[in-house]
Design a protein around this ligand. Structure first.
Ligand SMILES: [Zn+2]
Length: 576
């Protein structure tokens, strides 16, 4: 080809031709590799100043976490966003790299936003942030087959990280470097809305796209109202127009959807559960694994497109709601947590499924379930989307975190929690919790023998605190994050994730033969103790039969017993 011809070819080429993604080039069969994905965004950023490729912190294999910023102004710093005039939206892809639909959808979306005239207007009042590939080590661990039930792409990454962690359980415990980097992005850019892109498992049905909207009972009332009455109905209506009618995530009560759907509760360990602690409304997109890859990517693209359109139209409302919610959380007195479905409250929704039938298994001979695609149906099915808290906490004025909890303190710093160190040793009256009962998982769950079903007893004590202990006042927009992570009964708090297991062991004991005489003296001299001892005898038949229990009871109710055993080390300041 001569030089002139080359020049004219380049001149005539439309940007979109040279900016085709691996997904498009393969006819919808392939998902971009991690390297292809990052190279593509770099190409896009050299093509358009509206796209920036940034790096935030590190990941578990030392590679930086990338953040793509798409904005009309070519913004590359959060401080450059005019929040009066712009909503900030964050999309996270490949937290589970076996579910890569969002990776490929976002590459096309970013390109179209800067090359297609009709799409450009979506950036008038939106700054779009994209984490192109979140679980990089998982994305690099590619194969054909780890998603046994999924229809494509030809190759994809693996769910776990190199530590074999599920990043979508790590948002409080912060075992992975990726989580710390994500929370750094989140704190700096303070997104108003968030989407985490996935592919579902489970039942068969007609829909390509299902979604989990932030469970509304957890949100500030005004945010919940907007989400329930405006945003979710808009998304459903718009997606019908784009031929991707949706339904809520198919979390069935029994084996099949006919039994009803319970809304999925994303507690704070999940990405959208974490985001909701900061008044950021989230969606999890869950495309259906039995639909072809191309159809799933296109439905994810359609969802993100509608979602941006709504944000661009409603940016003023979105910003007002976010600011108001932050203010009201800073003032809030009572905090609810550990939600469970309210099965007394039910509505019905239309559901487009396939008849579930049973037939003998060719493998085992036992009856097996199958969905008969020749028998599609639309039925009203029960939907449980009302949740109630099982723990309610009156906030203290402040918590004091022991300075030895370095990791916890750094997580708080990374999440923008305001803290101050005590300048001198002091003795103050505080509320403390004793852990009176708890259960733990039998096997490691995400690298932890996680605690649950925690019971506590509150006490007021004079406690010695040393210079350097860290005070966290509960008067901040981060209040929900503070209370839900520090209260020991929280199902996803630091206690549940084994941050304070040290307090759960007794350090000193007694020898029975020596203690016998002291115990007897104590019963003689302490009428209150004697009374408690007699009560226990009356109420507990085992107690009477077990001398060791009786001696232990007197020990634990005496001044000889250590008061730090089972005492939760984060204390509550309730008056100064
Ligand atoms: Zn997933």
């Amino acid at each position: 080809m001569n030089f002139l011809l080359l020049l004219s070819t380049l001149f005539l080429a439309k940007p979109t031709d040279s900016l085709k993604t691996p997904f498009e080039k393969s006819g919808g069969k392939q998902s971009a590799t991690y390297q292809e994905c990052i190279a593509y965004y770099k190409q896009l950023s050299s093509f358009s100043s509206e796209v920036k490729v940034l790096q935030y912190g590190t990941t578990s294999i030392g590679k930086p976490l990338n953040l793509i910023v798409v904005s009309k102004e070519g913004i590359s710093k959060s401080s450059e966003v005019n929040r009066e005039n712009k909503a900030v939206l964050l999309i996270n892809n490949a937290i589970h790299p076996g579910e890569p639909d969002g990776v490929d959808a976002c590459m096309m979306l970013a390109r179209d936003l800067v090359t297609k005239q009709e799409m450009k207007t979506l950036l008038d009042h939106v700054v779009l942030l994209i984490i192109p590939v979140y679980n990089i080590s998982g994305a690099l661990n590619r194969s054909c087959c780890t998603r046994a039930n999924q229809d494509g792409p030809e190759e994809y990454g693996f769910r776990g990280t190199i530590q074999n962690l599920d990043l979508n359980r790590d948002f409080i415990k912060n075992d992975a470097a990726e989580t710390f980097s994500f929370e750094n992005i989140f704190t700096e850019w303070k997104p108003d809305w968030f989407v985490d892109t996935h592919v579902s498992d489970g039942a068969d049905y007609q829909y390509t796209m299902t979604y989990i909207a932030t469970q509304h009972n957890k949100l500030q009332p005004a945010l919940a109202d907007y989400q329930q009455k405006v945003l979710v109905p808009f998304m459903n209506a718009e997606m019908i127009k784009k031929n991707f009618e949706m339904v809520t995530y198919v979390n069935t009560i029994n084996e099949t959807p006919d039994s009803g759907i319970v809304e999925f509760l994303e507690s704070p360990k999940f990405s959208t559960g974490y985001a909701s602690l900061f008044n950021c409304i989230g969606f999890v997109t869950e495309t259906h694994m039995l639909k072809p890859f191309a159809q799933r990517v296109n439905s994810t693209y359609a969802f993100l497109n509608c979602w941006m359109q709504k944000a661009n139209d409603d940016y003023k409302t979105i910003r007002q709601l976010h600011v108001k919610a932050d203010d009201s959380v800073a003032q809030q007195q009572l905090f609810s947590m550990n939600y469970k479905p309210d099965f007394t409250s039910v509505t019905t929704i239309p559901f487009k499924g396939y008849e579930a039938e049973h037939k003998p298994s060719d493998v085992t001979g036992a009856p097996r379930l199958f969905y008969n695609r020749d028998k599609p149906f639309t039925k009203q099915i029960p939907f449980f989307n009302s949740f109630i808290p099982t723990v309610e906490i009156q906030k203290p004025i402040a918590y004091i975190i022991p300075q030895y909890s370095k990791k916890l303190i750094s997580i708080f710093q990374n999440n923008g929690v305001l803290m101050q160190e005590l300048s001198k040793d002091t003795v103050i009256k505080v509320e403390v919790y004793y852990i009176t009962d708890y259960k733990s998982t039998d096997h490691p769950y995400e690298s932890h023998y996680m605690h649950h079903s925690v019971s506590v007893k509150k006490d007021t004590q004079m406690i010695r605190l040393y210079a350097g202990e860290v005070m966290v006042k509960v008067n901040q927009p981060a209040n929900k994050f503070i209370v839900e992570t520090l209260e020991p009964q929280s199902s996803d708090g630091f206690f549940a994730w084994n941050y304070f297991d040290g307090v759960l062991a007794q350090k000193e004991y007694f020898s029975d033969y020596v203690w016998e005489d002291k115990a007897f003296q104590l019963l003689q001299s302490d009428a209150q103790l004697k009374n408690l001892f007699e009560q226990e005898k009356k109420n507990n038949p085992d107690f009477i039969k077990t001398p060791a229990m009786q001696l232990d009871f007197i020990y634990k109710h005496s001044q000889y017993f250590e008061n730090a055993c089972n005492r939760y080390p984060v204390v509550r300041v309730v008056n100064f």
